[in-house]
Unconditional design. Structure first.
Length: 178
């Protein structure tokens, strides 16, 4: 039986103090996610809070990022409107990656076998050239291979090799462009 009141944050490191966390939440919810915030300012704000962001990165509005200091993004990557990076642990996104609208990268989970429902978090890596399509979800501890595709609306719970398409009905090689 679950004993949810026994849950604690023991062993979890948010990476910054409460003041920085509160400041980030204020900035994220008032400026960063707003439609009127220029994409370049979003990148600058993330860098100011410790994210490592490459050149030519485009971040659309309504993007939520839990902890910028646990985020690395390569050059010329796009993060689409409404994407959610629930990065309790590090998220590393390569170059020329497309995270489409409302895609979710979730590094957090719980140990369903433990009565206290303790955290069971793990980092996520998305390699160069990958595409996480609209409303796709990548779960904790998963690596997405180079040039791979996580199809729209699917959930990826284990590593995806390079050049592989993950769909609701299985995996197959990504076809070369015509």
């Amino acid at each position: 039986m679950r004993n949810l009141p026994a849950f604690t944050l023991a062993g979890y490191d948010k990476g910054r103090g409460k003041l920085v966390q509160a400041l980030w939440f204020a900035v994220m919810n008032t400026v960063f996610m707003a439609w009127f915030c220029p994409a370049g300012l979003r990148v600058a704000l993330l860098r100011a809070f410790g994210a490592k962001i490459g050149d030519g990165v485009l971040i659309r509005h309504r993007v939520r990022i839990l902890w910028p200091w646990k985020l690395t993004v390569g050059d010329h990557t796009w993060i689409g409107e409404g994407a959610w990076l629930l990065n309790l642990e590090p998220v590393t996104i390569g170059a020329h990656v497309c995270l489409s609208q409302e895609a979710m990268l979730c590094t957090g989970s719980h140990d369903h076998r433990a009565a206290d429902f303790r955290y069971r978090n793990a980092p996520i890596t998305v390699a160069d050239g990958a595409w996480i399509a609209a409303r796709a979800t990548v779960l904790a501890g998963v690596s997405v291979g180079s040039q791979s595709v996580v199809a729209a609306g699917t959930v990826l719970h284990k590593d995806l090799p390079d050049l592989t398409l993950h769909t609701a009905d299985g995996r197959r090689p990504v076809q070369e462009p015509v």
